[in-house]
Design a protein around this ligand. Structure first.
Ligand SMILES: Nc1ncnc2c1ncn2[C@@H]1O[C@H](COP(=O)(O)OP(=O)(O)OP(=O)(O)O)[C@@H](O)[C@H]1O
Ligand SMILES: [Mg+2]
Length: 294
């Protein structure tokens, strides 16, 4: 058999949506002129996980997300999404991958002149231009409710919504195309603690019920403790560590120690433990009720 036939991998021609690592990044360098943001960065995101991405302001979290979704052209390195290298692919080839991810940008970025329903319909119309309006309205209403908004919010303009509702509307739009991969950039920034906790819960529920993989950039320690399976830490132009929070605490990097051992982190962890204990009490009370009823 010739070498060319030996190395031909037809399955690489279509995205591998069952890939164990829906995102694989190797040797990624991003720079603006002489200013290097990422220097040969590596990262794998596992299927089905919520990966928290943390790092000081300006360390390049948003730029990393933009690179993965093809909005930032890397200087070097490769980014595979569902097994397809998107850094050297033609724009047309990436379309089959792009309609399997949804993005909630930092700040929401809803179109202010469109209603919530019309915002949700933007990606639908882009990828499925032949869908009729009745179906578009139906899908938009469904995604609006799925994101925890009341159905009547679908006809509202962004200026008529609270900050928390805008985030949910942004999430509804990110879910428009039934993505397998969800990118959330600071989804709880600016929300009050109760609104933030509810948004976290919604993210976890949607991840589990829809089988999503989530790339979640956050500064919110409560979010990290409450819903992230693993956390990736950006510092020194690289991902310096990835793991569960207890695993990260075993590393001796000063930023990691300061971040996860600081007073805010300890408060977030204590609050998480209190809420776990409360859940366990409720579960055990329900068990007992079930026993006595049997
Ligand atoms: N289009 C651009 N042109 C030039 N520099 C940029 C551009 N976009 C980002 N940068 C720079 O790249 C660095 C990383 O930016 P990025 O927005 O990724 O930070 P971040 O980690 O998301 O920060 P934050 O936590 O504040 O959101 C910053 O120094 C920023 O000024
Ligand atoms: Mg950012």
């Amino acid at each position: 058999m010739s070498e060319a036939l030996d190395t031909y991998e037809p399955e690489r021609a279509v995205p591998d949506y069952d890939a164990e690592y829906p995102i694989r990044i190797r040797g990624l360098t991003n720079a603006f002129g002489d200013f290097v943001v990422h220097d040969r960065l590596d990262l794998d995101v596992r299927r089905g996980e919520i990966l928290g991405v943390v790092g000081g302001s300006g360390t390049g979290k948003s730029v990393l997300m933009r690179a993965i979704i093809g909005l930032q052209i890397p200087r070097e390195g490769s980014i595979e999404v569902f097994g397809r290298n998107i850094t050297n692919a033609e724009p047309d080839e990436v379309i089959g991958v792009r309609n399997h991810w949804g993005v909630l940008f930092q700040g929401g970025a809803l179109f202010s002149t469109l209603t919530v329903a019309e915002n949700v319909q933007v990606p639908l119309k882009q990828f499925y231009p032949d869908l009729d309006q009745v179906l578009l309205d139906e899908i938009a209403r469904y995604k609006t409710v799925l994101s925890g908004l009341p159905p009547e919010a679908a006809s509202k303009y962004p200026s008529e919504l609270s900050g928390g509702m805008k985030k949910r509307a942004g999430l509804a739009r990110a879910l428009a195309l039934d993505p397998q991969l969800l990118f959330l950039d600071e989804p709880t920034a600016g929300l009050d603690p109760i609104g933030a906790a509810k948004f976290d819960e919604l993210t976890r529920d949607l991840t589990d019920t829809l089988g999503l993989t989530v790339f979640l950039i956050t500064h919110d320690l409560d979010t990290l403790y409450a819903i992230c399976d693993r956390v990736a830490v950006l510092a020194d132009k690289k991902v310096i560590a990835v793991g569960t929070i207890p695993e990260l605490l075993e590393t001796d990097h000063p930023w990691i120690q300061e971040y996860f051992n600081g007073p805010r982190s300890r408060a977030a962890q204590a609050s998480r433990e209190r809420s776990r204990a409360k859940d366990a009490d409720v579960a055990s009370a329900m068990d007992k009720t079930g026993d006595s009823g049997a």
